[in-house]
Design a binder for this molecule. Sequence first.
Ligand SMILES: *[C@@H]1O[C@H](CO)[C@@H](O)[C@H](O)[C@H]1NC(C)=O
Ligand SMILES: *[C@@H]1O[C@H](CO)[C@@H](O)[C@H](O)[C@H]1NC(C)=O
Length: 314
Amino acid sequence: MQGRQIKQCGLSSLTLLATFLHCNCLPHSTGGKPFPETAKEIASYAKVAKSIIDLAVYGKAQNRSYERLADFTDTIGNRVSGSKNLDLAIKYMFSALRKDGLENVHLEPVKIPHWVRGEESAVMLQPRNHTMAILGLGSSVATPQGGIEAEVLVVESFEELKKRQKEAIGKIVVYNQPFVSYGETVQYREFGASKAAEVGAVATLIRSITPFSINSPHTGWQDYQEGVQKIPTACITVEDAMMMARMAKRGQRIVVRLTMNAQTFPDADSFNTVAEIIGSEHPEQPGLVLIVMVRTEDVPSLIVPLLTSHRRVM
Ligand SMILES: *[C@@H]1O[C@H](CO)[C@@H](O)[C@H](O)[C@H]1NC(C)=O
Ligand SMILES: *[C@@H]1O[C@H](CO)[C@@H](O)[C@H](O)[C@H]1NC(C)=O
């Protein structure tokens, strides 16, 4: 009985942890079972799932998830890939998972990108002076010293960029794409720089991929395409992107000076954090494997290579 309680307790804390860590639970192979059978099997866990949710939302574990998230983020802060803070975050998680009684908690060495944002700024010089809130996008190159001062071309989509490609030469392309969904709209952040570079732009500023803004730039990783000139790229706020779109519509000439000192270093040594829950009823069978992501949004992610040899949910 006690063993079971401990097990349940571990599971519930873990569920709470998983709400603020990204957990990549690898799907259980259906073992050749037809889908309806697998669906039925999963449905049979509804009661267990409900008891975990109840414990977390109404029960003894109420607020625990929030409190742990607050403790983690207050104590560690930003955890840029390759940074000291990321090391601290991994240590913190490793010990938290152990304390929670998870099994086979261990670290696996892995190489990760090491990119440092450095000082950065974007200042509008025309039609008026205005300092913009920006965040460089992960893996962006720096501007030359002194920055890039150029006229802005505002576009709402890749199609518009294509149509107006002659106007993009030598300009800073500002993407003011409307937010549709994260999955769809994020392509502007991921590929915007290379698409603009292909048509001769010198830098890109990308409206943050978010439906909500309080003049807050929202960064993330971006990908340069092979064989395309790498140009500096940063995200700007929804407010500034919309303002520049209004200015452009009025026919006003917009000039921006973008300065970025980002640096990419050789890949750094880091760890994947892995934990396991061995089943309480069938401990001889493969348990639940969790690969914990401790990355922060404000940075290039710690891309956690999935364990290819694993398996399984309960
Ligand atoms: C959780 O937080 C809410 C809001 O602050 C509070 O009313 C409630 O008592 C807390 N629950 C526990 C178990 O601490
Ligand atoms: C605008 O900014 C530039 C560069 O920072 C500065 O030299 C200039 O004096 C400013 N103009 C006004 C009107 O504030």
